[in-house]
Structure formats: structure tokens, C-alpha cells
Design a protein around this ligand. Structure first.
Ligand code: AHG
Ligand code: MN
Ligand code: MN
Ligand code: MN
Length: 335
């Protein structure tokens, strides 16, 4: 039973039925994520005070300049999950290859893998705007007792057992799903506890926000250009409102609460789009669907895309169902 304001710890215990094959492993995994999130939150909160803003001086496998907080968050999540020996492997936006965790006695007995975007919206760190963390959890498919394999990470989104995000915003929230709806917990920083503040989150029926980097407009496919014009038209309940933070987590979170669509299409510079299928799009798609929304690559369901590479990118259209269906109509006419 969902009780508003219960703690995340109480919620996990009371909702054990959500956790398939309940050996407690998935609960412990979510527990570790909430711990790492608190550590990262602490660092994000004092970003202006300590020497943690700015570039780390390295480039990641995505070709992006790593920020110090990208590196810090990556290390903290990896450390927490590794120390507690709960998963058999981790893949991250910030690490070129996946990490194998052999577990107690080197027995490779753990069942789950985690894929993550440790710090989403890095470009917003230095200007005190919300950033986030995204995670996605799968059961391994390779035999237990053997080292984790690439195939364990390259599973389609429809195989996720859990996914979630943390938004380090005006307050810090952890939002996640195990396939039984979406629940949001707000951190009370004084106590270090997460409270169920947003039970059973759903996209509202009425939606009027579109979120896209319109600076790329001239490089978008014709269907996307036409859809943007449609959003701006003075007809029926339009024009829609444009809102774009540039942190997927924050843009998505606002749209799920207020009603809207986020999209990052292909551009002539980024023929597969910018967002990463495994670390960003699949987890957000799982949450969107569980909240009554939809996520598409412009033509079909994102969670049915068969991944071929760890750092694969995909065009992404995600939010209120009707809005995503509308943009798909435009794309079908002018791909
Ligand atoms: P990350 O900081 O994890 O690399 O992700 C950045 C992503 C996403 O959060 C955001 O929506 C998008 O990049 C913004 O890209 P543009 O600056 O090209 O709009
Ligand atoms: Mn990045
Ligand atoms: Mn990101
Ligand atoms: Mn990132």
C-alpha cells in the first residue's frame, strides 16, 4: 500500500511484492542508489563553494569534456555499488567499457547489472541549474557464476526490471519504477531520509509544454520542423509553451508533472541524435510508460530498439502520449 510521506525504506519493505524473485537483492540495490545519491547531492549542493565546478580536463568516450562532477558522481555510484557487491556489472556514460564486479569469493553470483548516466545536464553545473542522475537495472542473461558479458548490457529497454532518476533541484528527488507505477521521494536534507512525496506519478491529461533545443532547428528533419510549427500555431489549445533547461532529467520531470513532450531528434550533425539509448532514453522511456506517457524514436517504441553498442545514440521523443503520437504522425509524413 502506498502511503504518502512514508520513508523510502518503509516503502521498499512494504512493497516487497514489487520485487520479482525477491531475494532482497533488488531492494538492496535501490538502497545503494539512494545512498550514493545522498553523497552526490551533498557535493552538488556545495558546488559553488568548493573547487568542484568546471572541466576535469579529460574527454569521455562520448567526445564530451568531462566536468569534475561527472567524474565525481561516476566514482561515487561505482564505489557504492561495488563495495556493497550487489551487482555483477556496471556500464556508465563516463566509462568506455563496462565494469565487471566479481562479488564475494569471486563467485560472480550477483544477478543484476546497472547502466547509468551519473551526472545528467553537466553543462548546467556551473550556473547553478538542476542536474540529475539516471539509472537502469536489468537481470543478467549470462549464466550466474560466470563473469558478466556484453550481452547483459545490450538488452532492449523492455527487459528493464527497474529504472529511475535523481533530480538535484530546488529539492532533491528520487523517482523510480519497478514496473508497478512511478513513485517520487523527496530528500529531507536535515535528516538524510527520502519521503514519498509524489505517489503514483502520472502525466496529467492536459499538456501544453514542448521542450527541444530550437537552436538546432535548421538541422532537424522536416517532420520535426513541421511539428514545432504545429506547437506554435494559434489553434485549439495552442500555441504550446516552450521550456528547455538542457538537463534531460529536469526537463522530463517538469513535463511529467505539468504535461508536455521532450524531444532530441536527429540533426545533420548528429545523425543518430545525441541522447544515449542505454543510459538516458530507455530508463526515461520506462518511467514515461509507467506514468501513462510514451517514448518513441520518432517512428516506434524506444524500448523495443535492439541495442548493438554500449554508447549507442537514438533520436528521442518522450512525454504525454497524445503529443508523442502527434509528432510520430508528422514524422511518418516527412521523415
Ligand atoms: P549529459 O550531461 O549527461 O552529457 O547529458 C546532456 C544531455 C541531456 O541532459 C540534455 O537534455 C541534452 O544533452 C542537452 O543537449 P543540448 O545542449 O545539445 O541541447
Ligand atoms: Mn555527458
Ligand atoms: Mn545525460
Ligand atoms: Mn552525464
Amino acid at each position: 500500500m502506498v502511503k504518502k510521506n512514508q520513508t523510502l525504506g518503509e516503502f521498499i519493505i512494504e512493497n516487497q511484492a514489487e520485487f520479482p524473485f525477491s531475494s532482497g537483492e533488488l531492494s538492496r540495490l535501490i538502497n545503494s542508489i539512494r545512498l550514493a545519491a545522498k553523497v552526490v547531492n551533498h557535493e552538488v549542493n556545495k558546488a559553488g563553494l568548493v573547487d568542484i565546478t568546471g572541466a576535469a580536463g579529460e574527454t569521455n568516450v562520448q567526445g564530451e569534456d568531462q566536468q569534475k562532477l561527472d567524474v565525481y558522481a561516476n566514482e561515487k555510484f561505482i564505489q557504492t555499488l561495488t563495495n556493497r557487491e550487489i551487482v555483477c556489472g556496471i556500464a556508465s556514460e563516463e566509462s568506455e567499457d563496462f565494469i565487471t564486479i566479481s562479488g564475494q569469493n569471486n563467485d560472480h553470483k550477483n544477478k543484476y547489472v546497472v547502466l547509468m548516466d551519473p551526472l545528467d545536464g553537466s553543462s548546467n553545473i556551473d550556473v547553478n541549474v538542476s542536474v540529475g542522475t539516471i539509472f537502469s537495472i536489468y537481470r543478467r542473461i549470462s549464466p550466474i557464476g560466470t563473469p558478466v558479458q556484453m550481452e547483459d548490457f545490450l538488452q532492449p529497454g523492455n527487459k528493464q526490471v527497474a529504472a529511475g532518476y535523481i533530480v538535484y533541484g530546488t529539492s532533491t528527488m528520487l523517482v523510480y519504477t519497478t514496473g508497478h507505477g512511478v513513485n517520487g521521494f523527496t530528500l529531507n536534507p536535515a535528516l538524510g531520509s527520502w519521503y514519498l512525496s509524489h505517489p503514483d506519478m502520472k502525466f496529467p491529461e492536459k499538456a501544453s509544454i514542448y521542450s527541444v533545443n530550437e537552436g538546432n532547428y535548421v538541422h532537424f528533419p522536416k517532420g520535426v520542423k513541421n511539428y514545432i510549427k504545429y506547437c506554435q500555431e494559434e489553434k485549439e489549445d495552442r500555441p504550446y509553451t516552450s521550456r528547455y533547461i538542457g538537463s534531460l532529467v529536469s526537463d522530463f520531470h517538469r513535463n511529467m508533472i505539468k504535461g508536455g513532450i521532450y524531444f532530441y531528434p536527429t540533426t545533420s550533425h548528429a545523425p543518430q541524435g545525441k541522447l544515449r539509448l542505454l543510459y538516458e532514453c530507455n530508463p526515461m522511456a520506462f518511467i514515461a510508460e509507467q506514468a501513462g506517457g510514451k517514448a518513441s524514436n520518432g517512428f516506434s517504441r524506444v524500448m523495443d530498439v535492439e541495442p548493438t553498442e554500449l554508447h549507442q545514440r537514438v533520436p528521442f521523443f518522450c512525454g504525454n502520449k497524445e503529443m508523442v503520437e502527434k509528432v510520430e504522425e508528422f514524422m511518418a509524413k516527412n521523415p
